[in-house]
Design a protein. Sequence first.
Length: 186
Amino acid sequence: MESKTERRRYYRIDDLVRLSYHKLNDVELSQREGQHAEVPLSTLLAELDRELNQAINLCWQQDPLLAKALGLLNQKLSLIASLEPGLNDNHAPGNEEAAKVNISGCGMAFEGRSSFSVEDRILLYITLSPSNTQLKLQARVIECSVKGPGQDTFQIRVEFEHSEAAQEMLIQHIVQKHWGQSGLQK
């Protein structure tokens, strides 16, 4: 019997998020490449959040109740930070909709009404729940197919690019959700 090799680098979960996206044109792509020079306050906060989440994840093994309390406190701080005007530069233009997604630290699959070509670059605005954490991620389309005959929806699969801080926040969210979905939280 042949064993199947696991190719995934991260946990993958089904989740309900708020999502909007659009295809990046050549001008937007070149502008986004130049954005890596400055480190906005939201990125610094994301780095602190990443470090705190790493410590919380280590606590899960020793004291799950303490880890849960610290995680909730961190979510509360993230929520407060997201409400501060100008603090979070990742907010979507306002047209986010609830979407069921299959998501990991390196990519995502979701249904949409837009058709894309493989290799198209898109900008995703994702708001995670319940923390209300807002992420802005650039992604490369790796597959886009019609959901079914006679339907106007597409199954879109993307791979994230160029956003370590946002991906770290996403990975921490996924790990926390995975623990919750597995019934491992107390």
